[in-house]
Design a protein around this ligand. Sequence first.
Ligand code: SIN
Ligand code: MN
Length: 272
Amino acid sequence: MMLKPEQLKAFDEQGYLFFPDCFSEDEVAVMRAEAEGIYKTDRQEVWREKTGAPRTAFAVHTYNEVFRLLSRHPRLVEPLRQLFGEDVYVHQFKINAKAAFEGDVWQWHQDYGTWARDDGMPEPRAMNIAVFLDAVLPINGPLMIIPKSHKHGTLAAGHDNSTTSYPLWTLDKETVTRLTAEAAGLDGIGIVAPTGKPGAVLMFHGNLVHASPPNITPYPRKIVYLTLCAVSNHITKFTRPEWIAHRDFNPIVPVADDALLDYARAHRVAAE
Ligand code: SIN
Ligand code: MN
């Protein structure tokens, strides 16, 4: 999947691209089932909310075949190779649960703020690709983004290690208010929350400001976040565990486009 000139322009201007139909229902079904199994396991890589509900499962691509295939999927890897003009490696991989009734807030932040401060990543030449495993609705804690905020570089942030179970470099209310006022459209609103069905994909710049509210509905909102980084921009500081900020800087070799369906077929055959 190569990006068209108008998509490259939109990404440069807005800081994100949304693909409502990137993966089919069959492809997502196999990923969703694996994710639900992983949340039940007792591993150090599975972080929980303060209530005990799953929050995020890190490094799943290192021990689960379906997510290994996703982390090398050409529909995700090729656009980033195109954007960065070079090979990419996996900096981070996580499946965020935003569990029904218990999924907690993610405060306003820029991803690159953490990668720069904690991991010594030289430039914002890395970004998150969100793959929806459930329907993301206006009501179940969607990701909220501030368009154009990636144009502001890396903003001042404070280290929040008390609000949720996961430490994060977060932005203050004044900064968020200023950025949303700048991004406001004709309706006066400067925040968008891309919603869509399972299989939709959102790619966003490492400096794009984003957050998500708690999920108080009965509808879970699982999203995979694959962070790909240009190989020449690999991290230089190793303050976080290897399974949060990876140290294998080898270029990704993409799998075949139908790799997930192939796995699903083989798996079903094996189960019969
Ligand atoms: C993140 O910003 O890394 C996660 C946000 C979310 O899953 O809502
Ligand atoms: Mn983030």
